[in-house]
Design a protein around this ligand. Structure first.
Ligand code: ADP
Length: 261
């Protein structure tokens, strides 16, 4: 086998991501479209990754779909749970990682990963928006910021405004009343990040923490949440620049592993 191209597509709740790998390891192209399951996002992400690589669909050895909307894609060779794909992707992007914290648009998961990237155990919060990317989107909207601006605000915080509500709807009212009191915006953002960190750390402790720890999912792009989690857990957390692509990356690796069998 000289050049095997496998594509992984992660169809999330809010985004669609593709990773095209050569021989299961070398990144050929990737795409990220801000439209998830039930939209044109998955197809656009697929088209964008193929166009960027200048590769026709027929040259792919395997397409593996994962994520919340994984069953909705026509033409997938494999459909694999996002837990397995995130474990494989995290192991490829952050070799040696044993605990993976994955926070996406609508859920948060903590995975224990074996050295080969095999999922050993996990815990998930998919019942409540608090502690997920959705919570951060709601808060950013109230503060008239983009989610990508939250980390920069946190960096300049001198302290943090404590958010006591554990429910997104109540926390939203709490943040609005803090704004009315003219609290420092930077400290408020730091408090919002700390509240996500406290919830996530609870999940990590329930599963048990094995170092090294890494983070995947879109929220890993928010350095403020990563720092708050490091403080809360008392450990360093590795983040790959490709963190949001971890599920799609793992799906592409899965396809390659199947091709090798
Ligand atoms: P899903 O797979 O469920 O669609 P993702 O893993 O792509 O979710 O994560 C989406 C979340 O990532 C958003 O809710 C947002 O909080 C966060 N996010 C996305 N882009 C950025 C960014 N540039 N900076 C900070 N956070 C981001």
């Amino acid at each position: 086998m000289d050049e095997v191209l496998t594509l992984g597509i992660d169809i999330g709740s809010t985004t669609s991501k593709c990773v095209l790998l050569k021989n299961g390891a070398e990144l050929v192209s990737s795409s990220l479209i801000s439209a998830g399951t039930g939209t044109s996002g998955p197809q656009r992400a697929l088209d964008a990754a193929l166009k960027q690589a200048d590769v026709p669909l027929e040259h792919l050895s395997a397409i593996t779909a994962t994520g919340y909307g994984r069953n909705s894609l026509d033409g997938a060779d494999f459909i694999v749970s996002e837990l397995s794909c995130h474990a494989l992707g995290a192991a490829a992007l952050m070799p040696g990682v044993r605990t993976v914290i994955d926070i996406g648009g609508q859920d948060a998961k903590v995975l224990r990963v074996g050295l080969s990237g095999k999922l050993e155990s996990f815990l998930m919060n998919d019942k409540c928006a608090a502690g997920t990317g959705r919570f951060l989107e709601v808060m950013a909207r109230i503060l008239e910021l983009d989610v990508s601006e939250l980390a920069g605000m946190d960096e300049q915080a001198a302290g943090k405004v404590s958010i006591s509500s554990t429910c997104t709807v109540f926390a939203e009212s709490e943040v609005i009343s803090q704004l009315a009191k003219n609290v420092d915006l930077h400290d408020l953002v730091a408090g919002i990040h700390a509240s996500v960190a406290v919830r996530t750390a609870g999940l990590v402790r329930r599963l048990g923490l094995t170092e090294p720890v890494g983070m995947t999912g879109g929220v890993a792009r928010n350095g403020g949440v990563v720092r708050a989690l490091e403080t809360e857990l008392g450990v360093g957390i590795a983040v790959s620049p490709q963190s949001q692509l971890a599920g799609a990356w793992g799906a592409a690796v899965y396809g390659w592993n199947k091709e090798k069998e």
